[in-house]
Design a protein around this ligand. Structure first.
Ligand code: GLN
Length: 225
């Protein structure tokens, strides 16, 4: 499976993602500049964490106008897997591939720690290797990670099983402890925690590895969702 890791000015988790693919699941990954205008030949798109454009205006707001974004949207609409982590999640909401928004943590400061997540939907291309309600440890590192959406959107997210990860506890004030959601078609996942920083136990947890293995499994065996 061949992945594109999109690199914006200010991305800082691009190499973590690259190594998660190369060493974690032994697949191919390319670092692809935000300036590129084609993503032909890639089976999966990864949007890494960081501080694209210094988080000016709002996290992800300026990145949403980068040349590569048209292609990300095209591939997402074709059904290709698109995963946005942290700043990647923020970018996915800014470009409208995911509903809602990410705003300042309730504590109004940056939070960096290991947190427990619950797998709320294991019937997705990103989570089929997990058990339903499995508890996993994955780090967070964000200042604007508080997920917010209006009541109607929240109802839809729950109704369509689009909430994939929730925090076990309230960590940043996100509505209903939402940590990660998919689009309706379930091929686009955005999450604030960092699975790419939890791929081997020496890092404190390898619970993130199954997310990447799930994507590979789907590609190889066409897992029925
Ligand atoms: N690790 C990250 O991606 C940081 C996310 C982000 N720009 C924030 O602080 O909210």
């Amino acid at each position: 499976m061949k992945f594109a890791v999109i690199v914006f000015p200010g991305s800082n988790c691009d190499m973590d993602l690259y190594y998660a693919i190369r060493d974690g699941i032994e697949q191919e990954a390319d670092l692809v500049s935000y300036k590129e205008e084609s993503l032909d030949g890639y089976d999966g798109i990864l949007i890494p964490g960081g501080f694209s454009y210094g988080d000016y205006l709002r996290s992800g707001a300026i990145a949403s106008h980068a040349p590569i974004i048209k292609e990300v949207i095209r591939l997402a609409n074709e059904g290709k897997p698109v995963l946005g982590i942290c700043n990647g999640f923020q970018i996915l909401t800014e470009i409208g591939l995911l509903p809602g928004t990410l705003t300042n943590n309730r504590q109004n400061r940056f939070i960096c720690k290991q947190v427990e997540l619950v797998v709320e939907n294991n019937k997705t291309i990103f989570t089929n290797k997990y058990n339903l309600n499995e508890k996993i440890m994955v780090p967070i590192a964000h200042g604007e990670g508080r997920y917010y959406c209006d009541e109607e959107t929240l109802w839809e997210l729950n109704e369509n099983n689009q909430v994939v990860f929730r925090y076990s506890q309230d960590v940043n004030g996100s509505v209903e402890e939402i940590a990660g959601i998919t689009n309706k078609q379930k091929n686009v996942l955005g999450m604030m925690p960092h699975p790419e920083r939890a791929i081997e136990s020496i890092l404190g947890s390898d619970d993130g590895l199954k997310l990447f293995k799930s994507m590979l499994e789907t590609q190889k065996n066409g897992v029925q969702i």
